[in-house]
Write a protein that binds this ligand. Structure first.
Ligand code: COA
Ligand code: ZN
Length: 306
């Protein structure tokens, strides 16, 4: 039985693309409910330009309002040094930077070249030094870009190496628009893990083409122990055409636990919280276990059955 770690991203990746602004106190209520569920990390919000992502314009208020469980790491996404300053002031446990492997998506997402992004990370690492705050970086479009298609594996490995050389402690290989397939995810994850054994490696997967949980199984084969997912399967990058939801947290945990892995997560609590999402966001959500129930939830045989 392998110990696996689940990072919840619904209030960041999930809510960033919702057209209806989720009120601050409701974001806080979702995070507070998730804080008791046994998740390893919760990506609370992002400290980016409120013009770029109006849905998360209340980042400071959300961070200030949550009740923190000391067992959970509360992390936030940043795209530039200004965002890192705001995140440090808000007392996050870990700053998550983001760069796209594809030059085009990096420009669409953060309006700069990947070299400019790396230069910003060096500045951010200077600002963080000595604070005890953790560092991570998401590598968007690792498994495919909506503008450029599949990226050369050597470019992916070089990006991961540059992040490790900056001293960044964790890397999330991200399938921004769900183009990755299990064979590719296995090969790339295994090779990054082989080259960077000192870095905490996570997979950040989207289910845009129905390959999300198959890609998790490929990740398990590659020895990956950290997975990022979103409650109810909400999510998507507003700067990637056709983006849809992340892999769904409760579906992921249900699968992992039924395969005999230990996630340390209270699945019933996740499902209860997920069932509140459609009302909160005003539409149906992709999660399946929240609708079907767990595979161990059996039904009484109808009385007229012979
Ligand atoms: N927090 C708050 N405001 C910020 C900011 C930050 N971290 N960084 C920039 N801004 C503001 C500036 O003050 C400026 O405001 P103004 O127009 O009122 O003067 C405006 O945003 C533009 O600033 P600029 O430095 O010219 O940025 P840009 O237009 O080149 O955009 C980013 C760059 C990174 C700020 C922007 O693209 C962004 O925030 N992207 C978010 C990407 C994202 O979250 N993607 C989804 C997750 S992967
Ligand atoms: Zn994502």
């Amino acid at each position: 039985m392998t110990r696996l770690y689940v990072h919840e991203v619904v209030t960041r990746d999930g809510f960033q693309i919702e057209p209806r602004f989720i009120p601050t106190e409701q974001k806080i209520a979702v995070i507070d409910a998730l804080s008791q569920a046994g998740l390893h990390k919760i990506e609370v919000t992002s400290f980016v330009s409120p013009k770029a992502v109006p849905a998360l314009a209340d980042a400071e208020a959300v961070m200030a309002g949550i009740k923190r469980n000391p067992k959970v790491k509360y992390v936030a996404l940043v795209a530039n040094p200004r965002g890192a300053e705001r995140a440090l002031a808000a007392n996050v446990d870990e700053i998550v930077m983001v760069v796209s492997v594809s030059e085009s998506h990096n420009r669409a997402n953060v309006r700069r070249s990947t070299d400019q992004s790396f230069a910003g990370f060096a500045e951010i690492m200077q600002a963080i030094r000595g604070t005890g705050v953790g560092t991570a970086c998401g590598m968007a479009t690792t498994f495919g870009c909506p503008f450029e298609g599949f990226q050369k594996p050597e470019r992916i490995y070089a990006f991961a190496q540059r992040l490790a050389d900056l001293g960044i402690g964790a890397i999330g290989l991200a399938d921004t628009v769900g183009m990755g397939n299990p064979k590719q995810v296995l090969e790339i994850s295994r090779e990054v893990a082989r080259r960077l054994s000192q870095v905490e490696l996570a997979l950040h997967l989207h289910n845009t083409r129905g390959m999300g949980l198959a890609n998790v199984v490929a990740g398990l084969d590659a020895g990956i122990t950290h997975y990022e997912s979103s409650l109810g399967g909400l999510g998507g990058c507003p700067f990637a055409p056709g983006a849809t939801g992340n892999i769904c947290t409760e579906d992921l945990v249900h699968m992992l636990e039924s395969m005999g892995h230990d996630t340390g997560i209270d699945l019933d609590r996740l499902i209860r919280t997920a069932r509140g999402l459609p009302e909160l966001v005003g539409h149906d959500v992709p999660g399946q276990v929240m609708k079907a129930g767990k595979s161990t939830d059996l039904h009484p045989l109808p009385a007229d059955t012979r």
